[in-house]
Design a protein around this ligand. Structure first.
Ligand code: 5AD
Ligand code: SF4
Length: 454
Protein backbone atom coordinates (compact mmCIF):
# COMPACT_ATOMS: atom_id res chain seq x y z
CA UNK A 1 0.00 0.00 0.00
CA UNK A 2 1.10 3.51 -0.68
CA UNK A 3 -0.46 6.87 0.20
CA UNK A 4 1.04 8.80 -2.69
CA UNK A 5 -0.62 11.14 -5.16
CA UNK A 6 -0.63 10.14 -8.81
CA UNK A 7 -1.34 11.81 -12.12
CA UNK A 8 -1.83 10.06 -15.47
CA UNK A 9 -1.40 11.96 -18.71
CA UNK A 10 -2.99 10.10 -21.61
CA UNK A 11 -2.18 10.19 -25.32
CA UNK A 12 -3.61 8.24 -28.24
CA UNK A 13 -6.88 6.51 -28.88
CA UNK A 14 -9.98 6.00 -26.75
CA UNK A 15 -8.65 2.59 -25.80
CA UNK A 16 -5.77 4.29 -24.05
CA UNK A 17 -8.15 6.58 -22.19
CA UNK A 18 -10.12 3.51 -21.12
CA UNK A 19 -6.88 1.89 -19.91
CA UNK A 20 -6.07 4.97 -17.85
CA UNK A 21 -9.39 4.43 -16.04
CA UNK A 22 -8.36 0.83 -15.28
CA UNK A 23 -5.02 2.01 -13.89
CA UNK A 24 -6.83 4.67 -11.81
CA UNK A 25 -8.73 1.84 -10.20
CA UNK A 26 -5.61 -0.27 -9.53
CA UNK A 27 -3.73 2.64 -7.96
CA UNK A 28 -6.69 3.83 -5.86
CA UNK A 29 -7.15 0.26 -4.58
CA UNK A 30 -3.52 0.38 -3.54
CA UNK A 31 -4.23 3.46 -1.39
CA UNK A 32 -3.12 6.21 -3.75
CA UNK A 33 -5.03 9.39 -4.61
CA UNK A 34 -5.57 10.73 -8.13
CA UNK A 35 -4.74 14.42 -8.71
CA UNK A 36 -5.57 16.62 -11.69
CA UNK A 37 -2.12 18.03 -12.47
CA UNK A 38 1.47 16.88 -12.75
CA UNK A 39 2.62 19.56 -10.25
CA UNK A 40 0.68 18.02 -7.37
CA UNK A 41 1.80 14.44 -8.05
CA UNK A 42 4.40 12.17 -6.44
CA UNK A 43 4.00 9.74 -9.31
CA UNK A 44 3.41 10.69 -12.93
CA UNK A 45 2.45 8.15 -15.58
CA UNK A 46 2.40 8.95 -19.25
CA UNK A 47 0.05 6.64 -21.13
CA UNK A 48 1.65 6.57 -24.54
CA UNK A 49 0.69 5.98 -28.17
CA UNK A 50 2.91 4.77 -31.00
CA UNK A 51 0.49 4.76 -33.89
CA UNK A 52 2.38 7.50 -35.77
CA UNK A 53 5.72 9.16 -35.32
CA UNK A 54 4.32 12.49 -34.17
CA UNK A 55 2.42 10.77 -31.32
CA UNK A 56 5.76 9.42 -30.05
CA UNK A 57 7.54 12.74 -30.52
CA UNK A 58 5.02 14.49 -28.31
CA UNK A 59 5.58 11.91 -25.57
CA UNK A 60 9.38 12.18 -25.76
CA UNK A 61 9.15 15.95 -25.37
CA UNK A 62 6.85 15.62 -22.40
CA UNK A 63 9.18 13.11 -20.72
CA UNK A 64 12.05 15.53 -21.11
CA UNK A 65 9.98 18.20 -19.35
CA UNK A 66 9.31 15.77 -16.50
CA UNK A 67 13.04 15.00 -16.31
CA UNK A 68 13.77 18.64 -15.58
CA UNK A 69 11.04 18.71 -12.89
CA UNK A 70 12.64 15.57 -11.42
CA UNK A 71 15.89 17.48 -10.94
CA UNK A 72 14.12 19.81 -8.51
CA UNK A 73 11.72 17.29 -7.04
CA UNK A 74 13.93 14.33 -6.19
CA UNK A 75 11.18 12.03 -4.90
CA UNK A 76 9.15 12.24 -8.11
CA UNK A 77 8.57 8.92 -9.88
CA UNK A 78 7.91 8.95 -13.62
CA UNK A 79 6.46 5.98 -15.45
CA UNK A 80 5.73 5.19 -19.07
CA UNK A 81 2.76 2.97 -19.77
CA UNK A 82 0.89 1.94 -22.91
CA UNK A 83 1.89 1.35 -26.47
CA UNK A 84 5.41 2.79 -26.47
CA UNK A 85 6.46 0.69 -23.49
CA UNK A 86 7.64 -2.49 -25.20
CA UNK A 87 9.55 -0.91 -28.02
CA UNK A 88 11.48 1.67 -26.09
CA UNK A 89 12.04 0.07 -22.72
CA UNK A 90 15.84 -0.17 -23.13
CA UNK A 91 16.24 3.23 -24.64
CA UNK A 92 14.10 4.89 -22.02
CA UNK A 93 15.66 3.34 -18.97
CA UNK A 94 19.34 2.92 -19.89
CA UNK A 95 20.23 5.68 -22.24
CA UNK A 96 18.16 8.65 -21.32
CA UNK A 97 17.59 8.17 -17.60
CA UNK A 98 14.18 9.60 -18.21
CA UNK A 99 11.87 7.28 -16.36
CA UNK A 100 11.72 4.87 -13.42
CA UNK A 101 8.97 2.53 -14.57
CA UNK A 102 8.00 1.06 -17.91
CA UNK A 103 4.77 -0.92 -17.99
CA UNK A 104 3.05 -2.43 -21.03
CA UNK A 105 -0.72 -2.57 -21.71
CA UNK A 106 -1.20 -6.07 -20.26
CA UNK A 107 0.84 -5.56 -17.09
CA UNK A 108 -1.10 -2.87 -15.25
CA UNK A 109 -1.98 -5.13 -12.33
CA UNK A 110 1.74 -5.27 -11.60
CA UNK A 111 2.11 -1.50 -11.11
CA UNK A 112 1.98 -1.60 -7.27
CA UNK A 113 4.86 -4.13 -7.31
CA UNK A 114 6.79 -2.05 -9.81
CA UNK A 115 6.37 1.02 -7.60
CA UNK A 116 7.72 -0.98 -4.67
CA UNK A 117 10.80 -1.87 -6.73
CA UNK A 118 11.36 1.80 -7.47
CA UNK A 119 11.09 2.54 -3.75
CA UNK A 120 13.90 0.06 -3.25
CA UNK A 121 16.03 2.10 -5.62
CA UNK A 122 15.64 0.02 -8.75
CA UNK A 123 14.19 0.75 -12.17
CA UNK A 124 11.15 -1.42 -12.84
CA UNK A 125 9.92 -2.91 -16.11
CA UNK A 126 7.08 -5.21 -17.07
CA UNK A 127 6.11 -5.27 -20.73
CA UNK A 128 4.85 -8.83 -20.95
CA UNK A 129 1.87 -9.26 -23.23
CA UNK A 130 -0.84 -11.69 -22.29
CA UNK A 131 -3.24 -13.99 -24.11
CA UNK A 132 -5.92 -13.64 -21.45
CA UNK A 133 -5.80 -10.29 -19.67
CA UNK A 134 -8.97 -8.24 -20.21
CA UNK A 135 -9.11 -6.52 -16.78
CA UNK A 136 -12.65 -7.90 -16.67
CA UNK A 137 -12.93 -7.77 -12.88
CA UNK A 138 -11.63 -4.22 -12.52
CA UNK A 139 -14.20 -1.43 -12.43
CA UNK A 140 -12.63 1.53 -14.21
CA UNK A 141 -12.51 4.79 -12.24
CA UNK A 142 -13.50 7.71 -14.44
CA UNK A 143 -11.86 10.87 -13.13
CA UNK A 144 -12.09 13.18 -16.09
CA UNK A 145 -15.14 12.48 -18.25
CA UNK A 146 -18.37 14.49 -18.35
CA UNK A 147 -20.38 11.99 -16.26
CA UNK A 148 -22.62 11.26 -19.26
CA UNK A 149 -20.55 9.52 -21.93
CA UNK A 150 -18.28 6.60 -21.14
CA UNK A 151 -16.05 4.20 -23.05
CA UNK A 152 -16.19 0.53 -22.20
CA UNK A 153 -13.50 -1.77 -23.45
CA UNK A 154 -14.86 -5.09 -24.78
CA UNK A 155 -11.71 -6.66 -26.13
CA UNK A 156 -7.96 -6.14 -26.31
CA UNK A 157 -5.25 -6.61 -28.91
CA UNK A 158 -5.58 -7.26 -32.61
CA UNK A 159 -4.87 -10.22 -34.91
CA UNK A 160 -5.42 -8.42 -38.19
CA UNK A 161 -1.88 -7.49 -39.09
CA UNK A 162 -2.59 -4.59 -41.44
CA UNK A 163 0.78 -3.87 -43.05
CA UNK A 164 1.07 -0.33 -41.66
CA UNK A 165 -0.07 -0.93 -38.09
CA UNK A 166 1.96 -1.28 -34.93
CA UNK A 167 -0.97 -2.24 -32.70
CA UNK A 168 -0.56 -6.05 -32.88
CA UNK A 169 3.00 -5.55 -31.63
CA UNK A 170 2.21 -3.07 -28.88
CA UNK A 171 -1.05 -4.60 -27.66
CA UNK A 172 -0.66 -8.26 -28.51
CA UNK A 173 -3.15 -10.91 -29.54
CA UNK A 174 -6.85 -10.40 -29.70
CA UNK A 175 -8.98 -11.51 -26.75
CA UNK A 176 -12.57 -10.74 -25.79
CA UNK A 177 -13.83 -9.72 -22.40
CA UNK A 178 -16.59 -11.89 -20.90
CA UNK A 179 -20.04 -10.50 -21.73
CA UNK A 180 -21.26 -10.63 -18.10
CA UNK A 181 -18.50 -8.28 -17.03
CA UNK A 182 -19.27 -5.84 -19.87
CA UNK A 183 -22.99 -5.85 -19.02
CA UNK A 184 -22.19 -5.34 -15.34
CA UNK A 185 -20.13 -2.26 -16.16
CA UNK A 186 -22.88 -0.90 -18.43
CA UNK A 187 -25.41 -1.41 -15.62
CA UNK A 188 -23.16 0.44 -13.16
CA UNK A 189 -22.79 3.32 -15.61
CA UNK A 190 -26.54 3.50 -16.03
CA UNK A 191 -26.98 3.49 -12.23
CA UNK A 192 -24.57 6.42 -12.05
CA UNK A 193 -26.54 8.47 -14.57
CA UNK A 194 -24.43 7.90 -17.69
CA UNK A 195 -26.42 8.28 -20.91
CA UNK A 196 -24.06 7.12 -23.61
CA UNK A 197 -21.61 4.24 -23.92
CA UNK A 198 -19.12 3.51 -26.69
CA UNK A 199 -18.00 -0.10 -26.80
CA UNK A 200 -14.34 -0.22 -27.70
CA UNK A 201 -11.99 -2.66 -29.32
CA UNK A 202 -9.34 -2.67 -32.01
CA UNK A 203 -11.60 -4.82 -34.15
CA UNK A 204 -15.01 -5.04 -32.54
CA UNK A 205 -16.80 -7.25 -35.05
CA UNK A 206 -14.48 -10.10 -34.23
CA UNK A 207 -15.70 -10.01 -30.61
CA UNK A 208 -16.31 -13.61 -29.60
CA UNK A 209 -16.88 -14.81 -26.09
CA UNK A 210 -17.98 -18.44 -25.93
CA UNK A 211 -20.91 -18.49 -28.39
CA UNK A 212 -21.59 -14.75 -28.11
CA UNK A 213 -20.71 -12.61 -31.11
CA UNK A 214 -20.67 -8.84 -31.47
CA UNK A 215 -24.27 -8.51 -32.67
CA UNK A 216 -25.50 -10.48 -29.65
CA UNK A 217 -23.35 -8.35 -27.36
CA UNK A 218 -24.84 -5.13 -28.79
CA UNK A 219 -28.30 -6.64 -28.46
CA UNK A 220 -27.77 -7.50 -24.78
CA UNK A 221 -25.96 -4.26 -23.91
CA UNK A 222 -28.69 -2.12 -25.44
CA UNK A 223 -31.31 -3.96 -23.36
CA UNK A 224 -29.60 -3.04 -20.07
CA UNK A 225 -31.04 0.48 -20.24
CA UNK A 226 -33.26 1.54 -23.16
CA UNK A 227 -32.60 5.22 -22.38
CA UNK A 228 -28.83 4.85 -22.61
CA UNK A 229 -27.53 5.09 -26.16
CA UNK A 230 -24.72 3.01 -27.64
CA UNK A 231 -21.96 3.43 -30.19
CA UNK A 232 -19.01 1.22 -31.00
CA UNK A 233 -15.53 1.61 -32.42
CA UNK A 234 -14.02 0.22 -34.60
CA UNK A 235 -15.40 -2.49 -36.85
CA UNK A 236 -13.49 -3.93 -39.83
CA UNK A 237 -15.03 -3.80 -43.33
CA UNK A 238 -13.90 -7.35 -44.11
CA UNK A 239 -16.56 -9.05 -41.99
CA UNK A 240 -19.13 -6.51 -40.80
CA UNK A 241 -22.23 -8.52 -39.77
CA UNK A 242 -25.38 -7.52 -41.63
CA UNK A 243 -27.69 -8.59 -38.75
CA UNK A 244 -26.11 -5.78 -36.73
CA UNK A 245 -27.32 -3.24 -39.31
CA UNK A 246 -30.89 -4.48 -38.85
CA UNK A 247 -30.51 -4.33 -35.09
CA UNK A 248 -29.25 -0.73 -35.27
CA UNK A 249 -32.16 0.20 -37.55
CA UNK A 250 -34.67 -1.28 -35.14
CA UNK A 251 -33.35 -0.27 -31.71
CA UNK A 252 -33.82 3.38 -30.74
CA UNK A 253 -30.79 3.31 -28.44
CA UNK A 254 -28.30 1.98 -31.00
CA UNK A 255 -26.95 5.12 -32.63
CA UNK A 256 -27.26 5.64 -36.36
CA UNK A 257 -23.54 6.15 -36.75
CA UNK A 258 -20.85 3.76 -37.96
CA UNK A 259 -17.11 4.34 -38.10
CA UNK A 260 -15.94 2.05 -40.88
CA UNK A 261 -12.25 2.59 -41.70
CA UNK A 262 -11.51 2.24 -45.44
CA UNK A 263 -7.80 3.28 -45.30
CA UNK A 264 -7.58 3.44 -49.12
CA UNK A 265 -9.70 3.27 -52.25
CA UNK A 266 -7.90 0.99 -54.74
CA UNK A 267 -7.69 -2.78 -54.76
CA UNK A 268 -3.93 -2.72 -55.34
CA UNK A 269 -3.34 -0.49 -52.32
CA UNK A 270 -5.77 -2.43 -50.12
CA UNK A 271 -3.88 -5.57 -50.99
CA UNK A 272 -0.51 -4.02 -50.13
CA UNK A 273 -2.00 -2.79 -46.88
CA UNK A 274 -3.21 -6.37 -46.17
CA UNK A 275 -6.80 -5.21 -45.93
CA UNK A 276 -8.77 -8.22 -47.15
CA UNK A 277 -11.62 -6.50 -49.05
CA UNK A 278 -11.97 -4.80 -52.41
CA UNK A 279 -13.16 -1.32 -53.24
CA UNK A 280 -16.33 -2.84 -54.65
CA UNK A 281 -17.02 -4.87 -51.50
CA UNK A 282 -16.43 -1.80 -49.36
CA UNK A 283 -18.80 0.32 -51.48
CA UNK A 284 -21.42 -2.41 -51.35
CA UNK A 285 -21.15 -2.55 -47.56
CA UNK A 286 -21.55 1.21 -47.09
CA UNK A 287 -24.50 1.16 -49.53
CA UNK A 288 -26.17 -1.56 -47.42
CA UNK A 289 -25.55 0.55 -44.33
CA UNK A 290 -27.36 3.49 -45.89
CA UNK A 291 -30.20 1.31 -47.21
CA UNK A 292 -30.85 -0.54 -43.96
CA UNK A 293 -30.35 2.39 -41.57
CA UNK A 294 -32.01 5.48 -43.04
CA UNK A 295 -30.05 8.63 -42.19
CA UNK A 296 -27.04 6.71 -40.89
CA UNK A 297 -23.87 8.75 -40.72
CA UNK A 298 -20.57 7.18 -41.69
CA UNK A 299 -17.01 8.03 -40.83
CA UNK A 300 -13.67 6.56 -41.85
CA UNK A 301 -9.90 6.47 -41.40
CA UNK A 302 -7.73 7.20 -44.44
CA UNK A 303 -3.97 6.94 -44.91
CA UNK A 304 -2.26 9.07 -47.56
CA UNK A 305 1.11 8.17 -49.04
CA UNK A 306 1.44 4.54 -47.99
CA UNK A 307 4.39 2.64 -49.54
CA UNK A 308 4.42 2.65 -53.34
CA UNK A 309 1.30 4.80 -53.63
CA UNK A 310 0.83 5.96 -57.23
CA UNK A 311 -1.09 9.01 -58.33
CA UNK A 312 -3.86 6.69 -59.62
CA UNK A 313 -4.13 4.97 -56.26
CA UNK A 314 -4.37 8.34 -54.55
CA UNK A 315 -7.11 9.34 -57.01
CA UNK A 316 -8.95 6.11 -56.20
CA UNK A 317 -8.93 7.07 -52.50
CA UNK A 318 -10.33 10.48 -53.44
CA UNK A 319 -13.12 9.00 -55.57
CA UNK A 320 -14.00 6.42 -52.92
CA UNK A 321 -14.44 9.22 -50.40
CA UNK A 322 -16.47 11.22 -52.88
CA UNK A 323 -18.72 8.26 -53.57
CA UNK A 324 -19.34 7.31 -49.95
CA UNK A 325 -19.74 10.93 -48.80
CA UNK A 326 -18.53 10.46 -45.26
CA UNK A 327 -19.88 12.68 -42.53
CA UNK A 328 -16.52 12.62 -40.81
CA UNK A 329 -13.03 11.33 -41.64
CA UNK A 330 -9.79 10.89 -39.73
CA UNK A 331 -7.05 11.43 -42.29
CA UNK A 332 -3.34 10.74 -41.82
CA UNK A 333 -0.05 10.79 -43.70
CA UNK A 334 1.62 7.38 -43.57
CA UNK A 335 4.36 7.10 -41.00
CA UNK A 336 6.59 4.02 -40.91
CA UNK A 337 6.44 1.95 -37.73
CA UNK A 338 9.05 -0.52 -36.57
CA UNK A 339 8.32 -4.25 -36.83
CA UNK A 340 5.31 -3.84 -39.11
CA UNK A 341 5.12 -5.75 -42.38
CA UNK A 342 5.46 -2.51 -44.31
CA UNK A 343 8.69 -1.65 -42.53
CA UNK A 344 10.13 -5.10 -43.14
CA UNK A 345 8.98 -5.63 -46.72
CA UNK A 346 8.28 -2.31 -48.43
CA UNK A 347 10.00 0.97 -48.90
CA UNK A 348 8.52 4.13 -47.44
CA UNK A 349 9.09 5.73 -50.84
CA UNK A 350 6.45 8.44 -51.23
CA UNK A 351 8.33 11.71 -50.68
CA UNK A 352 7.20 13.69 -47.62
CA UNK A 353 6.13 16.57 -49.86
CA UNK A 354 3.92 14.30 -51.99
CA UNK A 355 2.37 12.70 -48.87
CA UNK A 356 1.54 16.17 -47.52
CA UNK A 357 0.05 17.32 -50.82
CA UNK A 358 -2.11 14.21 -51.17
CA UNK A 359 -3.25 14.44 -47.56
CA UNK A 360 -4.18 18.05 -48.02
CA UNK A 361 -6.18 17.23 -51.18
CA UNK A 362 -8.00 14.53 -49.24
CA UNK A 363 -8.74 16.89 -46.35
CA UNK A 364 -9.95 19.72 -48.58
CA UNK A 365 -12.30 17.43 -50.46
CA UNK A 366 -13.61 15.99 -47.18
CA UNK A 367 -14.30 19.46 -45.73
CA UNK A 368 -16.35 20.30 -48.81
CA UNK A 369 -18.30 17.06 -48.54
CA UNK A 370 -18.98 17.68 -44.85
CA UNK A 371 -20.16 21.19 -45.51
CA UNK A 372 -22.51 19.92 -48.19
CA UNK A 373 -23.84 17.13 -45.97
CA UNK A 374 -24.26 19.46 -43.02
CA UNK A 375 -26.12 21.99 -45.21
CA UNK A 376 -28.51 19.23 -46.20
CA UNK A 377 -29.33 18.84 -42.49
CA UNK A 378 -30.99 22.26 -42.29
CA UNK A 379 -34.65 21.76 -41.42
CA UNK A 380 -34.08 18.26 -39.99
CA UNK A 381 -34.85 17.47 -36.37
CA UNK A 382 -32.24 15.53 -34.38
CA UNK A 383 -32.25 14.05 -30.91
CA UNK A 384 -29.29 15.58 -29.10
CA UNK A 385 -27.82 14.57 -25.75
CA UNK A 386 -26.99 17.86 -24.02
CA UNK A 387 -23.42 17.31 -22.83
CA UNK A 388 -22.68 20.71 -21.36
CA UNK A 389 -22.19 24.40 -21.95
CA UNK A 390 -21.05 25.30 -25.46
CA UNK A 391 -17.45 26.49 -25.79
CA UNK A 392 -18.49 29.81 -27.32
CA UNK A 393 -21.30 30.95 -25.04
CA UNK A 394 -22.69 29.95 -21.66
CA UNK A 395 -26.17 30.75 -22.95
CA UNK A 396 -25.88 27.74 -25.23
CA UNK A 397 -25.60 24.00 -24.73
CA UNK A 398 -23.77 21.59 -26.96
CA UNK A 399 -24.04 17.89 -27.49
CA UNK A 400 -24.03 15.18 -30.11
CA UNK A 401 -26.81 14.00 -32.33
CA UNK A 402 -27.57 10.33 -32.58
CA UNK A 403 -25.54 10.53 -35.81
CA UNK A 404 -22.51 11.81 -33.85
CA UNK A 405 -22.62 15.40 -35.10
CA UNK A 406 -21.84 18.22 -32.72
CA UNK A 407 -24.95 20.38 -32.27
CA UNK A 408 -25.13 23.76 -30.51
CA UNK A 409 -28.45 25.24 -29.35
CA UNK A 410 -29.87 27.84 -26.93
CA UNK A 411 -29.87 26.66 -23.35
CA UNK A 412 -33.39 27.95 -22.47
CA UNK A 413 -34.63 25.64 -19.68
CA UNK A 414 -32.73 22.54 -20.85
CA UNK A 415 -30.07 20.87 -18.76
CA UNK A 416 -26.97 18.79 -19.16
CA UNK A 417 -28.06 15.16 -19.51
CA UNK A 418 -31.37 15.92 -21.25
CA UNK A 419 -32.24 14.44 -24.61
CA UNK A 420 -33.48 17.41 -26.62
CA UNK A 421 -35.20 17.43 -30.03
CA UNK A 422 -33.37 20.13 -31.98
CA UNK A 423 -34.28 21.56 -35.37
CA UNK A 424 -31.17 22.37 -37.39
CA UNK A 425 -31.11 25.96 -38.67
CA UNK A 426 -27.47 26.64 -39.62
CA UNK A 427 -24.17 24.84 -39.96
CA UNK A 428 -20.42 24.90 -40.53
CA UNK A 429 -18.36 21.95 -41.82
CA UNK A 430 -17.84 20.80 -38.22
CA UNK A 431 -20.94 21.87 -36.27
CA UNK A 432 -24.71 22.03 -36.61
CA UNK A 433 -26.56 24.92 -35.00
CA UNK A 434 -30.19 24.52 -34.09
CA UNK A 435 -33.35 25.52 -32.24
CA UNK A 436 -34.40 23.34 -29.30
CA UNK A 437 -38.00 22.13 -29.66
CA UNK A 438 -38.76 19.92 -26.67
CA UNK A 439 -37.23 17.57 -24.14
CA UNK A 440 -37.67 13.98 -25.19
CA UNK A 441 -36.61 10.36 -24.64
CA UNK A 442 -35.04 7.87 -27.03
CA UNK A 443 -38.25 5.87 -27.11
CA UNK A 444 -40.54 8.84 -27.68
CA UNK A 445 -38.35 10.36 -30.35
CA UNK A 446 -38.14 7.07 -32.25
CA UNK A 447 -41.94 6.73 -32.12
CA UNK A 448 -42.29 10.32 -33.46
CA UNK A 449 -39.85 9.57 -36.29
CA UNK A 450 -41.78 6.43 -37.25
CA UNK A 451 -45.04 8.42 -37.34
CA UNK A 452 -43.47 11.05 -39.59
CA UNK A 453 -42.07 8.36 -41.91
CA UNK A 454 -45.49 6.69 -42.21
N1 5AD B 1 0.72 5.72 -40.33
C1 5AD B 1 -0.35 6.54 -40.48
N2 5AD B 1 -1.58 6.24 -40.00
C2 5AD B 1 -1.73 5.05 -39.37
N3 5AD B 1 -2.80 4.47 -38.81
C3 5AD B 1 -2.41 3.30 -38.29
N4 5AD B 1 -1.11 3.09 -38.52
C4 5AD B 1 -0.66 4.16 -39.19
C5 5AD B 1 0.62 4.53 -39.70
N5 5AD B 1 1.67 3.74 -39.58
C6 5AD B 1 -4.14 5.07 -38.84
C7 5AD B 1 -5.15 4.12 -39.50
C8 5AD B 1 -5.94 3.60 -38.34
C9 5AD B 1 -5.92 4.78 -37.40
C10 5AD B 1 -6.24 4.46 -35.98
O1 5AD B 1 -4.60 5.27 -37.51
O2 5AD B 1 -5.94 4.88 -40.37
O3 5AD B 1 -7.24 3.20 -38.68
FE1 SF4 C 1 -4.29 3.31 -29.41
FE2 SF4 C 1 -2.86 2.21 -31.35
FE3 SF4 C 1 -2.07 4.48 -30.28
FE4 SF4 C 1 -1.92 2.18 -28.95
S1 SF4 C 1 -0.81 2.68 -30.81
S2 SF4 C 1 -2.69 4.15 -28.18
S3 SF4 C 1 -3.74 1.14 -29.64
S4 SF4 C 1 -3.91 4.21 -31.44
Amino acid sequence: MSDKKFYIETYGCQMNFADTEVVNSILIDDGMTPVQSADEADIIFVNTCSIRENAETRVWNRLKEFRSIKKEKKHLTVGVMGCMAERIKDKIIDQEQLVDIVVGPDAYRDIPNLLAEVNDGRKAVNVLLSLEETYADITPVRTSDNGLSAFVSIMRGCDNMCAFCVVPFTRGRERSRPMESILREVQQLSDHGYKEVTLLGQNVNSYQYQDIDFTRLMDEASKVDPEMRFRFSSPHPKDFPEPLLHLIAERPNLCNYIHIPAQAGSDTMLERMRRPYTREQYLKLTKRMREIIPGVSLSTDIIAGFCGETEEEHEATMTLMEQVEYDLAYMFAYSERERTLAQRKYEDDVPEKVKKRRLSEIITQQMNIQEKRNNAEIGNVHIVLAEGTSKKSDKQLSGRSDTNKMVVFDREHYQKGDYVAVEITECTSATLIGKPLYKTTLKEFAAEATKVAV
